[in-house]
Design a protein around this ligand. Structure first.
Ligand code: HDE
Length: 677
């Protein structure tokens, strides 16, 4: 086969060719003229007026005036990083996709995470679905897997997407609320579009307030096809399983974090990568044989349904590691043009009506948002050569040589030539289609409540509490009494118990609808019981003058040796001295730091701390406690625990014996103690 040569890190090398380093260079105009004075416009006399002939000022300002491109109509707030993907073993039996054949081959990737509803500058920890959009730069061209952190979607047919998004976004008359679904229009849409029932359960779960991009699952959502060399196809769903486990914030924390650090998620990813770490996911696939297309009690082409993992197991087939930050967020993350229609030989679409519409929308939006030649930009270029007769257009970058720009031709021996399918030319899977032209939802798409109920059945008790609270918050913000009532009836079709709790909370009558009869559970849907890991968790160590030097150092050293990120906090950002000549320089003061920024705190305290410091230690401990986080304190800080009435509570540990360090690490690994409720 005419496979292209293997070259790892080709994307990094490619982007480097287009990169520029301005450090220690003379300041020039875009025409290369050295600039002698960048602080004053050219004026007639010292006190003006300014002169139009000032080409330096004109160039600088008119470029500035055009610095923005339209933000994405959805997923405007996003953050990306580069990495690599490697398959564990050849998937030859399922697909001929080149990047899924050879375990020794690393395929460069770029991943953009995003929040759907908010504008480009919205806070990151809001309750929202997260985008999980990946570009694989394969040797056979770009494959984009543009997914979300939730496996199902609100609607079944893409023609309803503008309605959904209009309803989600701030209301048009007053542009309120920003980056939040807690308003009338959104819940009016949900109440009146029954197909959203399953998704509504997911978005009210903790999945929509992730702790970190690194602790989210990713899903391709749609059913795709994998096609092997012999032309045999299988239906497939793609899953990304985070190595750091699946973890979320709690609602109170996520709301406060929106103020304390609106960049909480990007800061986390950036810092971990800058510190030499990696964000790691495994790629899993669920596979269904073509002959089994109709063997399930849901339609496999319906994007509001998942394939229960207990019924159709997820096979882990590879690993992705994000390990390189971008150099320039605009040039790379903002201009990246992701598109679920970018596929490579061995992968193909299905008739999922949501996917089919997306195939139109993404090219269209990139043409508007980035421009005709968006594919030429460094972030979007394939790493393999690409040749065709497409020419010109705004901002054409490639200089195509020669006089032939059409197919077929004889002057250039009919090149660029079509590639034989046996040598890598893309052939669409020859799916048989037949039917009358019709605008209608398939009968098999009409059961909207079984899987919504399956999700509810599969939740642990604390997850159920969080869902009930989330509904109560969101619907409590709905002004229209009619929409509130409609929503209670809608939730009532999933669970009478849930609807009744929420109804009680928001002051409307219990549901009059009947709940789904589905009684199955799918343990894979619950976030409880995650593998315990402490790597990259962030612990804040609170110190005041005269803290126990050796004891604190022992704790810090052990945490660091386990891969925990440690930061010191104190009253001021100046050196704090402990006993035995041990001192630390705080990373933050009580003023610039916040308990919300840490997965746990260790309060070392000090000798006779002043009232302000004691108050701050109390505040940090209380916030950590109500957010269910593990807390470690030195023996002399125990009185604060007593005052707060939390001595001996789960995950609250005092450094008073040999076992403390191990117990504290175990508590850190558990991350949250929801039993405290
Ligand atoms: Fe998108 N979506 N979408 N979407 N989507 C966009 O493309 C659209 C859908 C998703 O980081 C837009 O470049 C339609 C499902 C992500 O750059 C736009 C429909 C899923 C991103 C668009 C859907 C997604 C987008 C806006 C219904 C999960 C961000 C800017 C048929 C599988 C990608 C852009 C990035 C972005 C249209 C539904 C995920 C307008 C019409 C389902 C992660 O083209």
């Amino acid at each position: 086969m005419e496979r292209r040569p293997k070259r790892p890190n080709r994307k990094a090398e490619q982007v480097e060719q287009y990169s520029r380093n301005n450090y220690n260079k003379p300041l020039t105009t875009n025409q290369g003229i050295n600039i002698a004075n960048d602080e004053n416009t050219l004026k007639a006399g010292e006190r003006g007026p300014s002169l139009l002939e000032d080409f330096m000022m004109r160039e600088k300002l008119s470029h500035f005036d055009r610095e923005r491109i339209p933000e994405r109509v959805v997923h405007a707030r996003g953050y990306g990083a580069y990495g690599t993907f490697r398959v564990y073993e050849s998937q030859k039996a399922l697909t001929k996709a080149h990047f899924l054949q050879d375990p020794s081959m690393e395929t460069p990737v770029f991943l953009r995470f995003s929040e759907v509803a908010g504008s480009k500058g919205a806070a990151e920890t809001v309750r929202d679905v997260r985008g999980f959009a990946l570009k694989f730069y394969t040797e056979e061209g770009n494959f984009d897997l543009v997914g979300n952190n939730i496996p199902v979607f609100f609607i079944q047919d893409g023609v309803k997407f503008p309605d959904l998004i209009h309803a989600v976004k701030p209301e048009p008359n007053n542009e309120i609320p920003q980056a939040s679904t807690a308003h009338d229009n959104f819940w009016d849409f949900i109440a009146n579009n029954e197909e959203s029932a399953h998704m509504m359960m997911w978005i009210m779960s903790d999945r929509t307030i992730p702790r970190s991009f690194r602790t989210m699952e990713g899903f391709g959502v749609h059913t795709f096809r994998l096609v092997n060399e012999a032309g045999k196809a299988h239906f497939v769903k793609f899953h990304w399983k985070p190595k750091a486990g699946l973890h979320s914030l709690v609602w109170d924390e996520s709301q406060k974090l929106s103020g304390v650090d609106p960049d909480f998620h990007r800061r986390d990813l950036w810092n971990v990568i800058e510190a030499g770490g990696e964000a790691i996911w495994e790629l899993g696939i669920q596979v269904i044989e073509e002959k089994d297309e109709f063997s399930f009690d849901f339609d496999i082409l319906d994007s509001t349904k998942l394939w229960p993992e207990e019924e159709i197991p997820v096979r882990i087939i590879g690993e992705m590691r994000l390990n390189r930050n971008v150099e320039n967020v605009f040039a790379e993350t903002e201009q990246v043009a992701l598109h679920p229609g970018n596929i490579v030989p061995g992968i193909d679409f299905t008739d999922d009506p949501l996917l089919q519409t997306r195939l139109f929308s993404y090219t269209d939006t990139q043409l508007y948002r980035v421009g005709t030649n968006h594919q030429d930009l460094p972030i979007n270029r394939p790493i393999c050569p690409f040749h065709n007769n497409q020419r010109d257009g705004a901002m054409r970058y490639i200089v195509d040589k020669g006089k032939v720009n059409y197919h077929k031709n004889s002057l250039w021996n009919n090149t660029p030539y079509e590639v034989d399918p046996n040598k890598g030319g893309f052939v669409t899977y020859p799916e048989k289609v037949k039917g009358v032209k019709i605008r209608k939802t398939a009968q098999s798409f009409l059961n909207h409540y079984s899987q919504a109920r399956l999700f509810w059945n599969s939740m642990s008790s604390w997850e159920r509490d969080h869902i009930a609270n989330a509904f109560s918050f969101e619907l409590g913000k709905v002004m229209s009494k009619s929409v509130r009532k409609q929503m209670i009836n809608q939730i009532g079709r999933v669970s009478t118990e849930l609807a009744t709790v929420v109804a009680n909370q928001i002051g409307v009558n219990p549901p009059t609808t009947t709940e789904s009869k589905e009684r199955r559970i799918s343990p894979a849907l619950s976030m409880a019981n995650q593998p315990e890991t402490v790597q990259w968790l962030k612990v804040g160590v609170l110190l005041t003058e005269g803290f126990d030097g050796p004891g604190t150092k022992r704790v810090v050293d052990r945490l660091k040796s386990e891969g925990v990120q440690v930061e010191y906090l104190s009253e001021k950002q100046a050196k704090v001295d402990g006993t035995n000549q041990i001192s630390f320089i705080p990373d933050a003061s009580f003023l610039t730091g916040s308990p919300l920024l840490y997965d746990s705190i260790y309060v070392a305290g000090g000798k006779n701390p002043d009232a302000y410091s004691v108050g701050q230690m109390e505040y940090f401990i209380r916030e950590q406690f109500v957010h269910y986080k593990p807390i470690g304190v030195a023996k002399n800080v125990e009185p604060i625990l007593m005052k707060l009435g939390i001595v001996g509570k789960e995950g609250v540990l005092v450094n008073q014996n040999e076992d403390f360090l191990q117990n504290y690490l175990t508590a850190l690994g558990k991350q949250r103690f929801f039993a405290r409720t």
